[in-house]
Design a protein around this ligand. Sequence first.
Ligand SMILES: Nc1ncnc2c1ncn2[C@@H]1O[C@H](COP(=O)(O)OP(=O)(O)OP(=O)(O)O)[C@@H](O)[C@H]1O
Length: 575
Amino acid sequence: MKSSYVIRRVLKYIGKYKFSFIISLVLTLFSTVCTLYIPVLAGEAIDMIVGKGNVNFAGLTKILILILVAIIIGGISQYFTNTLNNRMANNTVKDMRTDAFNNLQYVPVSYIDSRNTGDIVSRVIADAEQFSDGLILGFQNLFSGVITILGTLFFMFTINIWLALIVLVLTPLSLFVSKFISKRTYKYFKKQSEQRGKETSYIEEMLSNIKVVKSYHREDENSENFDVINEELGKDSLNATFFSSLTNPCTRFVNSIVYAVVGLSGALFAINGIITVGNLSASLAYANQYTKPFNDITGVITELQNAIACAGRLLEVIDAEKESDAKGQLPTNVKGDFTVSDVAFSYDKNKELIKNLSFELKSGQRLAVVGPTGCGKTTLINLLMHFYDIDSGSIKVDGVDINTVSRKSLRQNVGMVLQDTWLKSGTIKENIVFGNENVTDEQVIEAAKKSHAHSFIKKLHNGYDTFIGEDGGSLSTGQKQLICITRLMLSPPPILILDEATSSIDLLTEQRITRSFMKLMKDRTSFVVAHRLKTIVESDLILVMKDGKVIESGTHKSLMEQNGFYKELYQSQFD
Ligand SMILES: Nc1ncnc2c1ncn2[C@@H]1O[C@H](COP(=O)(O)OP(=O)(O)OP(=O)(O)O)[C@@H](O)[C@H]1O
């Protein structure tokens, strides 16, 4: 994404808070002018103290009151500016995060499938956070820095044109030093955060695979790999700290040069009566703080460049193209007749996967899809659910092409139980009633009894009120599937899809799942992706797939009689 485009888009988001933005700018102007005016007042005060017995107390009191007022107004303005800036930056980032998350709900499944989930999460969380930090710093330092430099020069020119010119001539030195330091500091801080990211993901990867690590005796090698990453992080952190700690001494050094030159020339002017002692003192005060805003501005500019890069990554998620959808609706009482005609589909358009797929399933019938791993069973489910668009052919439900109806209208008629179950963190009951909130406790228990989940749920320490963490917590794969089946049992849709759990579940739970799903499937059109063939012998139609193609189809009996791949597969599981 081009920086100019990102800036335009970000300004559009900030535009929503333009009222706060304008107030913040006005308050910054107030606080900076107040701060800059204090040396002038202090100079005037000094000029009122001429010598012993020659002090203008009345004028001095007035000036001291003015200084106090300037300090109070400056302080209050700064407090409100900071509050407004923080609120604006947080709200802008909050709006962008909301847009990104909302857009992710509507992007095609292929968008998520083809990307690293960790990367998407990092864009919405970490990049947004860095963008917010950059924005706050930008709001706070950029405008005030510019006003401080212009204000300082303005006040100095009004005090004495020659002293002001000396400061102006020394400006490039301030610019050069601050640019030199901030460039290097930024470079090493960036390397440090990249390296930190690497170290975090390495630790995460090793801890989440600790059993594999131990079973392959990789402990020592892992420690060595970690040492290399850690060493690199140490070096980058040291460099970053070194350059950032140079900021203060270098700023002071340049300031001291400006201060010394202004002090020396000012003293000569004062001796010759060109300026007063008060004016000299005011000029010295300005010279003393002249370099700081240059540091602030250069720091902010590098920080803003980083923030723009982060905003660009976030905007890519916000702008990701939404899935197109048809407007049509399926009839209200879907029967569940399926006609799949000559369907072709591939994820990678150069690598053919499903071709010439055709079958017909009448309402209430059961279809089982079997075949070796990677043959395209889950892909077929993806197509039936319209998660992916087919390349050619047609899929019709009750005679209506699914391409002509909205995805929601299709999916609300389909209940799915996948191997990767989706459970939210909450109680068992909350997970069962999900999407069906108006049901009673009795209905929940009745559904759980039907799905054979009741017996294990009641043994949990808090029964239906047991809290399960994200992704089912400590429940087994089979138990999670039983909860999902119970969820469907509460109000079963006319079409069902079950991707059977693999060998990771015990035989008893598997039998329970099969029994409960059989109950659910009664009189409903259902698709079962079968891994264990004995569960599908009673299916009305069995599709045997290999390399994306249906190589055999029929009932269990007819397929066994064909003496082909199915028979081989079936026998291999029982021999
Ligand atoms: N999102 C995707 N993008 C690209 N290729 C994919 C994607 N999903 C699956 N594939 C590929 O498509 C082929 C079929 O995969 P699919 O998941 O349908 O197999 P499967 O029969 O369900 O396998 P299993 O029994 O192991 O679950 C495989 O070669 C797989 O690598």
